[in-house]
Design a protein around this ligand. Structure first.
Ligand code: NAD
Length: 418
């Protein structure tokens, strides 16, 4: 396939899959199965508005591959969450779960909607309707949703409640629930925390001391804000963060707790005291040790990859770097820790939540965090070792995909799918 920024998100993920397939010397049969999705459901979701009118939106649930266990993946509410994006995100989940060794397949859900235009009551009605419409293909041993962009523990509570009305109370139908409904301690912070563990490992590899190393983070939602807070606690200097309204910069280091309270009060990081405004574009090109895109996909493209000045890119967001940009970053010796590794902390603790629910026990937070740390550091080291052992794996992304794909193929062959 011709490399270009115009590739759809699913084509881009499959470009990386094809590279892995070459490294793993996969058969044509395996490539045929794994480059497509198992099941795609599109549902119409009429939303009753507060004024009595009805707005029609469309939702999706895509199950990419279930060879290694029940399908698993978040639900996103966003105007760009169309079938191509949801397919791409579902396939990334297949590779992510395999890479960190949690016994799940890959899925994703989405509703193509701008949730900022809906009231809380409208969001609840939309979530409940969508849950009803996908309820026949989800289940605690079939497909387990979780939060993603613009969904959260409250959204999961509505899904749990709506599913329970039809099938009886089922704690493990979703992960990322509030603790009061069986959520895991540490789930909220897990994706950001996992990013910080792999950032530590990556900096060691490139010979930069984490203490005082500078970090710029795009996105200040669940993932970005936790990553910023935990990085600052660990001694990093977080010099810039941003959200959909714009970014802020403080070369001496941001006071992250102060930025968090400013964002809570005003709705945005912009205008936090003691900071200079910068745009989201400028943030990506800042002089820093680590750049962490933690918002949207496809933000580093052929047009700006050459201007990235970070030594390490941690892909906290899903598919933030297009394949062309990935090539440019590799040529410029930028170490990119790929999404399927960097942001796998969320699904790892989602797995812990599901295990705790199935056993009807709760682990304490320190226990969750240390299990997460072990898995993230181990996954990073496995990717790095693969990359140094096999010349064909030129980047950490190629190593991560090759490892993940080989694990999925093994399970699929054992089941007799291939
Ligand atoms: P979120 O909705 O909590 O936060 C998203 C953040 O991105 C917000 O700060 C928002 O203002 C910002 N944003 C939105 N549009 C933007 C734009 N155009 N420019 C700059 N910033 C923009 O979402 P999240 O859960 O933090 O997810 C962020 C990314 O991390 C997504 O790519 C998601 O798929 C990925 N991810 C999330 C999890 C998780 O556990 N939540 C797990 C793995 C991967």
């Amino acid at each position: 396939m011709e490399l270009s920024d115009d590739m759809t998100p699913f084509e881009a993920v499959n470009y990386f899959f094809d590279r892995a397939a070459n490294i793993d010397r996969l058969s044509d049969n395996a490539c045929g199965v794994l480059s497509g999705t198992y099941r795609e459901l599109r549902v119409q979701v009429p939303v009753r508005r507060d004024d009595g009118s009805v707005t029609v939106v469309y939702g999706y649930r895509v199950q990419h591959n279930g060879a290694r266990g029940p399908y698993k993946g978040g639900i996103r509410y966003h105007p760009t969450a169309d079938i191509e994006e949801v397919r791409a995100l579902a396939s990334l989940m297949t590779w992510k779960t395999a890479l960190v060794g949690v016994p799940f397949g890959g899925a994703k859900g989405g509703i193509q909607v701008d949730p900022s235009q809906l009231s809380k009551a409208e969001l609840e009605r939309m979530t409940r309707r969508y849950t009803d419409q996908i309820s026949h293909i989800i289940g605690p041993s079939r497909d387990i949703p979780a939060p993603d962009m613009n969904t959260n523990a409250q959204t999961m509570s509505w899904i749990l409640d709506q599913y329970g009305r039809k099938y009886g109370h089922t704690t493990s139908i979703v992960t990322g629930k509030p603790v009061a409904l069986g959520g895991s301690y540490g789930r909220d912070a897990a994706t950001g925390r996992g990013c910080v563990f792999v950032m530590d490992e990556a900096l060691q590899d490139v010979g930069i001391d984490p203490d005082g190393a500078t970090v710029a983070i795009q996105g200040f939602g669940n993932v970005g804000s936790w990553a910023a807070r935990l990085a600052a606690d660990a001694g990093y200097r977080v010099i810039a963060v941003s959200d959909v309204e714009g970014g802020i910069h403080a070369p001496g280091g941001l006071d992250v707790p102060a930025v968090m309270s400013h964002a809570r009060e005003s709705g945005s990081v912009v205008g936090a005291p003691g900071t200079e405004p910068i745009s989201n574009h400028e943030l990506l090109e800042l002089e820093c040790d680590v750049l962490m895109p933690a918002a949207l996909g496809e933000v580093i493209t052929s047009t700006n990859a050459d201007r990235v000045r970070a030594r390490v890119v941690i892909e906290a967001a899903n598919h933030p770097v297009t394949p062309v940009a990935d090539q440019i970053l590799a040529d410029n010796q930028v170490l990119v820790v790929p999404d399927i590794l960097a942001n796998a902390g969320g699904v790892t603790v989602s797995y812990f939540e599901w295990v705790q629910n199935n056993q009807e026990i709760a682990w304490d937070e320190a226990d969750v965090n240390s299990r997460l740390e072990n898995r993230m550091r181990k996954a990073y080291q496995e990717c790095r070792d693969f990359m140094t052992t096999y010349d064909e794996a030129r980047t950490m992304r190629e190593a991560a995909f090759a490892l993940a794909v080989s694990r999925v193929v093994e399970a699929a062959e054992l089941r007799g799918y291939l």
